[in-house]
Design a protein. Sequence first.
Length: 507
Amino acid sequence: MNQTNALIILVKSLTKAEKRYFRLQTNLQSGEKVYLALFDLLDADRSPEDAYAQFEKDQGGRCVEMATKHLYRNLLDCLVRLREKQDMQTEICNRIAKAGILFERGLAEDSLEQLSKAKQLATDFEYDLLLQLIRRTELKYLSACNFKGVSERELVGKQMKINEIMRHSRSINQHLQLYDILKHRLIYKGYARSDKQKEDLNDLLLSELHLIANTSYRGFEAQKLHLLFQATYDLNSGNYKLAIRYYQELISLFEENRHLLLNPPVYYLSAIKGILDSLQNAGLYKDMLFFLSKLSEIARGDYPTEFTLSVRTQLYLYESSCLIHTGDFEKAQHLMHEAGEGVFKKMPLLGLEDQLKLHLSSAILYISQGEYVSARKWMRNIFGSGKLFHVFPSYKTARLVNLILQAELGNYDFFENEIHAIKRNIHYEKQVYATEKLLFKFIHAYPLPSYEKSRRKLWNQFHKDFAPIQQSKYEGRLLRIFDFLAWIEYKLTRRPLAEILQEKNSR
């Protein structure tokens, strides 16, 4: 990424407080500040191309490249200074730096006092790596002073503390590695849809249980990663009750240790999303309201713009899904135009997976309302972008939803080839999914018979295959994205889709 693109992203990600601080800092500087004019243009609601063209026009052909470099450097410097006032890790590092300066000037006692304060902060906030650095630095300074006033017993005690911190750090690092591998598999392979896929994660589960059994460290970080791993594993395994229990324990841990939350609170967010996913997969939409309010609180926090936008997107997707699956299409449409407007306008700033989910959610809403032409526009955003989205599990679901859309639009030649392509992928994964199998069979029945009697006969044939899918803890997860069974019932019985969904999800 060149510096121009990096600068644009940096400016767009600034919070109101950060912009205000930057302007205050630049006002303290003397001389002409051409780069500030570029900042004002980039901060306005106009395209980067227009901003740079306007800058050249206003500044009489002055070098845009030089202004870009100055603005980029000054913005970073300001953000670092602001971080010093807000971030505990930066404060600890500053105290270590002060200790070094004092020691170099022969003020050993004052230097050790700064290290002592840094040590207490690092202990309180569980910065193990910094704590290890502080204790090593302390021993180095004491050694340089010939251990004046330190007994051998005290020296050995300080050395043992370093060994203890190293063991704790190693344990936390192993926890984090296991969780990161689990998270990576779920992002790019999706949740388990069979016992075989669940068993593929057992190596991680056994490693995590072995780690817990063989470590005595029970600090906040270790507990957090353990609960997060177990909750994520149980959510993937379809054990929603146990997953919710672990997530609730995790939230309680965060509530008791608010001073240890990261900024932004990414792990706290993972816990809230985990509970919402569990409740959504279990079809407990009413129980999601409380945790949606928690997600809303995070969205209103003073965090980086990119993080806040991502949280607002997640909030919209959960709320929209709740409304669609309970048959309230009118409210879902209103939410899309009102609450979702800011999210859709800033879609290019979102991650690819969030973009994919927004496109798919919008297409599903329009399909549910019978507005197939509008749905096709959203589907084109997914399939007209080459292989941009194909690595994400939601892309597979989008292909299934697109089959229904193409069938409704009468593109029968398309879905014949598409079904064969999807079957090849399923065969490659060595799995046979009941929902896909039933859907393929239903799509092949298009065009659907117009006579009531023929439809009823077809409905009786399909309905007998519903029970195994509804009872499966794995198959049900796909239905929480798009309820293919409700759709089949709607098309063959001609009962309103909203009525069928309300009846199924009234809990």
